[in-house]
Design a protein around this ligand. Sequence first.
Ligand SMILES: NC(=O)c1ccc[n+]([C@@H]2O[C@H](COP(=O)([O-])OP(=O)(O)OC[C@H]3O[C@@H](n4cnc5c(N)ncnc54)[C@H](O)[C@@H]3O)[C@@H](O)[C@H]2O)c1
Length: 336
Amino acid sequence: MKAILVGLGGRGRGWLKDLKENPECEVVACVEPMAENKARAVKDFGVSESILFDDLNTAVKKVKADFVVDVTPPAVHHKVAHTAFENGLHVLGEKPLSDKYEIAREVVEAGKRAGVKHMITQNYRWAGLPRTTKRLLGEGRVGPVGQLDVSLYVDWADAPGSHYVKEPYMFLTDMGIHHFDMMRYTLGTDCVSARAFTWNLPWGWHQGDACQIIIFKMANGVIATHRGIGCTMGHVPAGHNGEWRYDGPKGTLTWEGSKLFHTLKHKQNPQIRDEIALDEKGTGGPKVLLADFLAALKAKQQPECNAEDNLKSVGMVFAALKSAQEGGREVKLSEL
Ligand SMILES: NC(=O)c1ccc[n+]([C@@H]2O[C@H](COP(=O)([O-])OP(=O)(O)OC[C@H]3O[C@@H](n4cnc5c(N)ncnc54)[C@H](O)[C@@H]3O)[C@@H](O)[C@H]2O)c1
């Protein structure tokens, strides 16, 4: 399968490595406007200058390809997707679908009209913790979940000048999309509404708000909360995954660092405190996403993280964002 890689920034270089290492893929073009990032791809990855282009429109005229991997900033994603769709190319796009909900919705429709596969890289949900949790919840290990609480304390995205520190609400939109997608995935349900409060701490390095408390109502009645600080100077208990706690009538499933526990205590004899071996290890990096995308292309099926499904996770982001902007009002996803 012939790939065009668009965007050779921090994440794009990781994709270049994974695409080059995959025996099923051939990188036929790389697209990047910044001279410095192009030069780095030549020096560090041996990319031939003859396949480096400044823009995707030029690249698609010069090379034959099957799909595009889009690793540009969120505000650019729809432009890349439209060019790919117009040229009949499948798209494996970095999250988030877009920085605007209306644009995300419109891009999803455009991909459907073009009849191509359009996948978004929600890699977090592919890791061992969410995969095993989903299985255990499906088997009824803690009974029907009533409440899910997620906390995320991280010293997140501190490179000066990056879009992460300059744009508003990046902690909510950029990190939130992974976590909200994992909420939907593990609970097996969609979100109905969000109430959110966001703010910044005096020492924070982000121009946008990097702290939040969000309350989601899920379609199956579960209350799911997300609270976090993206600019902590102190303890980071569980990396970018955060700590997760599912409460049901038969106890809790908890993510404690990289470990998963089932606990059942109240008035129990014997009590349960089991560490559960993870079905799949690893961080759910680009390799696993690429494998799923290629499998979907071969099977002519939509991948698990197809853009149409992903729009429901994007909806959680933008309902929370709208709520935060409107003083914490309950915002239904149907309003978006
Ligand atoms: N899935 C994950 O865990 C994960 C992790 C990091 C980043 N990301 C996502 O990857 C994307 C890129 O993030 P990044 O950290 O690499 O950003 P970055 O700013 O380091 O790199 C973006 C690159 O895109 C280039 N670019 C901008 N406009 C372009 C255009 N029109 N055509 C081609 N290239 C263009 C920029 O010059 C830059 O080199 C974002 O959507 C981000 O959210 C995802």
